[in-house]
Design a binder for this molecule. Structure first.
Ligand SMILES: NC(=O)c1ccc[n+]([C@@H]2O[C@H](COP(=O)([O-])OP(=O)(O)OC[C@H]3O[C@@H](n4cnc5c(N)ncnc54)[C@H](OP(=O)(O)O)[C@@H]3O)[C@@H](O)[C@H]2O)c1
Length: 244
């Protein structure tokens, strides 16, 4: 039977790349982001590959709207097999520089909005009796990197939430996948001075789609070299971490 996948933040970057990957694999798609125009032009390109595409404008910080939008997509596509919680923003801001509002937006999108999306997806999965929730965290979840305090906090928080879900759903037909990318070339990170081991969005989203289809519990993306690098990052003393 044709599977369906809903992606938040599908208008560009990794979300767009994942939409292209799953369209090419014959999935029905539900694409959401704030800017409907961007989603509609992407939809035109994907219609020849995907059997059905539905689009919805969704700002994940409109927490009350999230469950209704996911439910509408589930009804239109005849259920949701996979929900990818991908929408995210990043700011570069040192602590104590008057950037609290930008930090709060980052928390609203990456943590509260992500959890709102995941909670809405889980309700649908429990009604269906099955489903796969995919959360996009980051290697930034591993440590508090300078100028990325709020971003790291959101990714660490979301990662722990996903870990708790993996424990809670182990006796259900619901699978939880956490993908933790290193550096994949998108607008989110193009202004950074250094992007170690950066890979293209096409390669990154192909790896991510493969891992999602395998229903892995947790993987760094790409797994090599980040699985090894992550172990060093965890041990790095502050004197070295502060140079990042
Ligand atoms: N690229 C990397 O190397 C990398 C590494 C680690 C983790 N990640 C994570 O991967 C995810 C995708 O990042 P990306 O690199 O693809 O970033 P991106 O190119 O900047 O795309 C971000 C997407 O999120 C959407 N978005 C932003 N704010 C939103 C909101 N309030 N509500 C709904 N959608 C919103 C944007 O669409 P609209 O503006 O139209 O809403 C866009 O589609 C993020 O969670 C990011 O933290 C990326």
């Amino acid at each position: 039977m044709t599977k369906s996948v809903l992606i938040t933040g599908a208008s560009r970057g990794l979300g767009e790349g994942l939409a292209r990957q799953f369209a090419a694999r014959g999935y029905k798609l539900a694409l959401t982001a704030r800017k409907l125009e961007d989603l509609e032009s992407l939809t035109e390109q994907l219609r020849s590959e995907s059997p059905q595409v539905c689009v919805r404008s969704l700002d994940v910080t409109d927490f009350d709207a999230v469950p209704g939008v996911l439910r509408e997509c589930a009804e239109e596509l005849g259920g949701l097999d996979i929900v990818i919680v991908n929408a995210g923003v990043a700011i570069a801001a040192r602590g104590g520089q008057g950037m609290f509002e930008q930090m709060r937006t980052t928390i609203d999108v990456n943590l509260t909005g992500a959890i709102a999306t995941a909670e809405a997806a889980l309700e649908i999965f429990r009604e269906q009796g099955k489903g796969q929730l995919v959360g996009i965290s980051s290697i930034a979840a591993l440590r508090g990197m300078p100028r990325q305090g709020a971003y790291c906090a959101t990714k660490a928080g979301f990662s722990k939430y996903l870990e708790a879900l993996r424990c809670e759903t182990c006796n259900e037909s619901i699978s939880i996948t956490e993908l933790s990318p290193g550096y994949i070339d998108t607008e989110l990170n193009r202004s950074l001075a250094s992007r170690p081991f950066v890979i293209s969005a096409d390669k990154g989203t192909r790896i991510m789609a493969d891992l999602i289809e395998k229903q892995v519990g947790f993987r760094y993306v790409p797994p090599w070299p980040w699985t090894l690098v992550a172990q060093f990052l965890k041990l790095l003393p502050i004197a070295m971490l502060r140079k990042f």
